[in-house]
Design a protein around this ligand. Structure first.
Ligand code: NAI
Ligand code: MG
Length: 355
């Protein structure tokens, strides 16, 4: 099968780990008989330098004309003094919005070898395998008005707004994933206080009737924040609105011990997807061949599974990653006793060989 993939490396370590994505795609292509045509484009600070804008039209066009998009990370001190509307991070918000990527998925597996890097006790961290489904294009981040008011601008307003359609589509997505996994769905809200959460809960209960094989429970977000630390193993699929999802998914990501391990997928209604590591451009280690490329490589595996209908191919990459870790290799962000610390390039090579 022939597929066209847009790769947007971005800035900092994004540029170093993007080569890992290309390398595993080539290896998977060879093994399974596919041709991946990779085309690169700029986004973020690199695009500001080359084109004067964080999301050039040419980059957006390329993304729209590809079968899927892989993104590294954006941002860095070089662009920190720009006004917020012109910063690298704008490029990221804009591409998500332009492509209608309303469903953000963060799988959080436990890597058996890595439980010692987790801040949680091994018996708690070792028992985790969850998927957080976060609404990505609504809620407080996009609701209007969002402004300062009053005589001295001393009143501030943000708006948490959702339409029924916006909630339904993310809830349905979460039920679909839950029914393909263990059949447990936790919907997280603040229905004891927020009107938006009350409608969220109603919709989850309505949709539950269509998925008799899924067991649903509702949890307040403050309780969920506690349970993620005290008993993360109880969760399978979590679905929640934009802000709650932002916070809970960062919290949950620490269970595995390093940001450098975690991939994400952002999907549109038609199933089009953008795949990226959850971490940023790590300016503190950029250019030193230290970055952990596994989050990028695992994002590539997710892309094969979710967007290209290549489950077996994606799983081959995931197994290759597990096997490298089990053989005792890691990058310097992971504190694994008795392991061999390798650089970005060598880690990419180790995984590629096993694919
Ligand atoms: P960050 O995720 O870039 O780094 C946080 C810490 O984790 C740093 O110490 C870094 O060295 C380490 N780290 C992150 N990824 C790693 C990897 N793959 N391997 C080894 N160590 C890794 O977050 P930070 O420092 O808050 O932000 C840096 C820049 O990245 C900022 O400009 C920020 O706006 C941007 N950013 C971009 C994101 C994106 O493109 N999706 C997400 C988060 C931040
Ligand atoms: Mg966040």
């Amino acid at each position: 099968m022939k597929k066209k993939i847009a790769v947007l490396p971005g800035d900092g370590i994004g540029r170093e780990i993007a080569s890992g994505a290309a390398a595993v795609l080539e290896a998977a292509g060879k093994r399974f008989g596919h041709e991946f045509e990779i085309e690169y484009a700029e986004i973020g600070g690199a695009a500001i330098d080359a084109h004067g804008t964080p999301l050039p039209d040419s980059t957006l066009e390329l993304a729209k004309n590809s079968d899927a998009v892989l993104l590294g990370a954006v941002g860095g001190p070089k662009w920190d003094n720009l006004p917020s509307a012109q910063r690298p991070e704008r490029g990221l918000l804009a591409i998500r919005k332009e492509l209608g990527l309303f469903a953000n998925l963060r799988p959080i597996p436990s890597f058996q070898k890595l439980v010692q890097s987790s801040p949680l006790k091994p018996e708690i961290a070792g028992n985790v395998n969850m998927l957080i489904v976060r609404e990505l294009t609504g809620g407080l981040y996009f609701g209007k008005p969002s402004e300062r008011r009053g005589e001295n601008n001393e009143v501030v307003v943000d708006t948490l707004q959702y339409t029924r359609d916006e909630i339904e589509r993310i809830v349905v997505k979460a039920f679909e994933f839950a029914s393909g996994r263990s059949g447990r769905l936790t919907s997280v809200d603040k229905a004891n206080v927020l009107e938006s959460s009350r409608m969220w809960r109603e919709i989850v209960n309505e949709k539950a009737a269509d998925y008799p094989n899924v067991t649903v429970d509702h949890m307040y977000v403050d309780a969920a924040a506690m349970k993620l630390i005290s008993s993360p193993g109880q969760f399978d699929v979590i679905v929640t609105e934009n802000l709650f999802g932002d916070i809970l998914s960062d919290e949950a990501s620490m269970i595995t011990g390093s940001l450098g391990m975690l991939p994400s997928a952002s999907l549109s209604e038609s199933g089009f997807g953008l795949y990226e590591p959850v971490h940023g451009s790590a300016p503190d280690i950029a250019g030193q061949n230290k970055a952990n490329p596994l989050a990028m490589i695992l994002s590539t595996a997710l892309m094969l599974k979710y967007s290209l209908n290549m489950r077996e191919e994606g799983e081959a990459i995931e197994r290759a990653v597990q096997s490298v870790l089990n053989d005792g290799y890691c990058t310097s962000d992971l504190q694994m006793e008795g392991s061999t610390v390798v650089g970005t390039d060598q880690m990419i090579e180790l995984v590629t060989k096993r694919v």
